[in-house]
Design a protein around this ligand. Structure first.
Ligand code: FAD
Ligand code: PHB
Length: 410
């Protein structure tokens, strides 16, 4: 192969994967299991990708996909299974028995950092292509059947020829902008953000606590039996240096206070502010470029859906690619975007609903009363609690079709 101008080496693979987050790495493992070759390109270092603290709640369906990708072993050993969550408001804490309400399904607490570490280790153990710290990734000729990705790595310019490109490069990546003119974008910004900490403290509650409070939302989560993960609603333009550790603990103590119960404090190991955004770009594919995960959609974290959606996308994409390579049928690829978007919009609605119900949008007593009424309804009506539970544990991939048949009485 003669390299093109400015390119020192041309390489060839079946699927080029841009971005080594949970979406790209899971796709690579699923494809490898089916004998499909891929190259994963990541612009950050391995250490950066492995230490980036984000999500912590895995739906059962996500665990099943990670099992299928061959990376479930440590997850089953160290992950903590939960069967419920608490909603706290008006000074009381109420348990929502997720598994009882949602057909026995559960959630597993296992940090995104750990999922990413497991996926990277599996990839490297298998001796498969995964390049960190690449530069200047660009996608080309995606409307042809010979798309290419160009990039620089360790001082050399490469051209990666492939059949298909997976754009799993997150919200700030280069893949979605490359097809911007073909996309319709839907978005919503929120007038608040989350300040999150990781603390060297055992979790104070046996299950997650989502707290509605007049001073703003708070969430108690965990990563392990000696690490708590806690969040506070803060202003969208909040500065981290305005929040020394003592102020964070003081605010958490006020928002989650409950008689006869104490929030255990500990050293703050990490803290950061995450913006809240809803975003969907449609369709999730153009030509031979397929977007998956945060590159195509973002949800506010209140529903714990971001990571789970990313994994659901790539399980649909992997299945469609396997079918295409094995039978030549492109039916799955043609349906990829529509199949994913049904689930994406369900998660968008659920995340928006949880966010609107639990956060203080400003000084609006009317909104406050609506939120409290909705929360009271959830803890007093099994139908309302079931709606929350079904969505929280994650609906099956083809839920839209299943629901249509329930309505027809089929
Ligand atoms: P990412 O994890 O974003 O992975 C994309 C990868 O592509 C990254 O490694 C990035 O470095 C790489 N990349 C980007 N540009 C390029 C390029 N040009 N070339 C090569 N590589 C590139 N979800 C929850 O459910 N709960 C939470 O608490 C939560 N907290 C979050 C906090 C923050 C600050 C953020 C940003 C997200 C959070 N999320 C949370 C969402 C969840 O973490 C994401 O939905 C999930 O990471 C999506 O996975 P992904 O693989 O699609 O994208
Ligand atoms: C987390 O543990 O980081 C977490 C849990 C639940 C959420 C969001 C984040 O809704």
């Amino acid at each position: 192969m003669t390299p093109r101008h400015g390119v020192s080496r041309t390489i060839r693979t079946q699927v080029a994967i841009v971005g080594a987050g949970p979406a790209g790495l899971t796709l690579a493992c699923l494809l490898a299991g089916a004998g499909i070759e891929s190259v994963v390109l990541e612009n950050r270092s391995r250490a950066y990708v492995e230490e980036r603290i984000r999500a912590g709640v895995l739906e059962q369906g996500t665990v099943e996909v990670l099992d299928a990708a061959g990376v479930g072993e440590r997850l089953h050993r160290e992950g903590i299974v939960h069967h419920g969550i608490y909603l706290q408001f008006a000074g009381e804490r109420h348990r929502i028995p997720l598994s009882e309400l949602a057909d026995g399904r559960n959630i597993v607490i296992y940090g995104q950092t750990e999922v990413v570490k497991d996926l990277i280790q599996a990839r490297l153990d298998a001796g498969l292509a995964l390049r960190f710290e690449v530069d200047g990734v660009r996608v080309h000729e995606i409307e042809t059947d010979r798309p290419r990705v160009t990039f620089a790595h360790q001082g050399e310019r490469f051209e990666l020829e492939c059949d298909v490109i997976a754009g799993t490069d997150g919200f700030h990546g280069v893949c979605r902008p490359a097809i911007e003119e073909h996309l319709r974008v839907f978005s919503r910004d929120y007038p608040f953000a989350w300040l999150g900490i990781l603390a060297a403290a055992p979790p104070s509650s046996d299950e997650l606590v989502y707290a509605h409070h007049e001073r703003g939302f708070a969430l108690l989560s965990l990563r392990s039996l000696d690490r708590s993960r806690l969040y506070l609603q803060c202003a969208a333009d909040e500065r981290l240096d305005a929040w020394p550790d003592a102020r964070i603990w003081d605010e958490l103590q006020r928002r989650v206070a409950l008689e006869g119960w104490t929030l255990v404090e500990g050293a703050v190991l990490e803290k950061g502010i995450a913006p809240m955004r809803s975003f969907v770009s449609e369709p999730m594919a153009h030509g031979r470029l397929f977007l998956a995960g945060d590159s195509a959609h973002i949800v506010p974290p209140t529903g714990a859906k971001g990571l789970n959606l990313a994994i659901a996308d790539v399980s649909v994409l992997a299945e469609a690619l396997v079918d295409w390579y094995r039978t030549g049928s492109d039916a799955g690829l043609a349906e990829y975007s529509a199949t994913c978007l049904r689930r994406v919009w369900r998660a968008e609605q659920f995340s928006y609903w949880m966010t609107s119900m639990l956060h203080r949008p400003g000084d609006d007593p009317f909104e406050d009363q609506l939120q409290l009424s909705q929360l009271r309804y959830i803890v007093s009506s099994e139908a309302a609690a079931r709606t929350l539970a079904e969505n929280y544990v994650g609906l099956p991939l083809d839920h839209s079709r299943a629901q249509a048949s329930v309505v027809r009485g089929a």
